[in-house]
Design a protein around this ligand. Sequence first.
Ligand SMILES: O=C[C@H](O)[C@H](O)[C@H](O)COP(=O)(O)O
Length: 261
Amino acid sequence: MAKTLSPVEKAKFVAAKQASRLVEDGMRVGLGTGSTAEWLVRCLGEMVRDEGLRIRAVPTSRRTADLARELGIEVVTLEEAGWLDLTIDGADEVDGELNLIKGGGAALLHEKIVATASDRMVVIADAAKRVETLGAFPLPVEIIPFGWQATKVLVEETMVGLDVLGREVALRIKDGEAVRTDEGNHILDLHLNRIGNARQLGLALNQIAGVVENGLFVDICDALVIGHGDGRVESYDLHGEAEETQFDFLASDNIFTDISD
Ligand SMILES: O=C[C@H](O)[C@H](O)[C@H](O)COP(=O)(O)O
């Protein structure tokens, strides 16, 4: 029996569906991580199965890799692909200049490597992810476990004098243990409330020896696809040019039909 999707899941789905149309036969495609990116992987899986789409995909996490393989998508390493035509990924926040916060699912390092090894990066998100200024979502920073307490102190000290509103830094814990990324590292979450200068903050964080990478994606995203719970999708490029598409949700069979064609 078809399960009813919540408005947020519908929003994520239509954003992913719209972005899946950017994927062409023969492309090398970076696959993001998270609940929105999962919808994309499902859409691409359908295209592989039903339309014979042939792509080589580089996943940004083990869980995305497992899902892609399960759906019959050819998975290769970034070394095998060499370079990517397109990466499509979710985000925790996106501002008007298409700067992002990523890493809510602890995949930011591989996501940044894959996105920057792509000709084009497109972000898919529900409307709640769009913000005026980044920072309400805690900024994830991937750190080496060795000496992590000292790294945390250095991160806290780095915040002094920067254009941020909060300075609380917390080691990410899950099930009573420090989270491990796919590279075996830990995550610090920086509760900054407002990030006035994302570029400056990202550079300052990456100067600290124990920091591997931070979740600020500045000048990496080329386009944004925002989904709404009513099936409306807005696509933006870097110049703020917008296009709108409407999907019609059929509750009976849980399928979205694009009615803009
Ligand atoms: O590490 C995880 C990624 O950066 C995700 O893309 C991000 O957290 C958004 O995830 P979701 O689509 O589940 O909100």
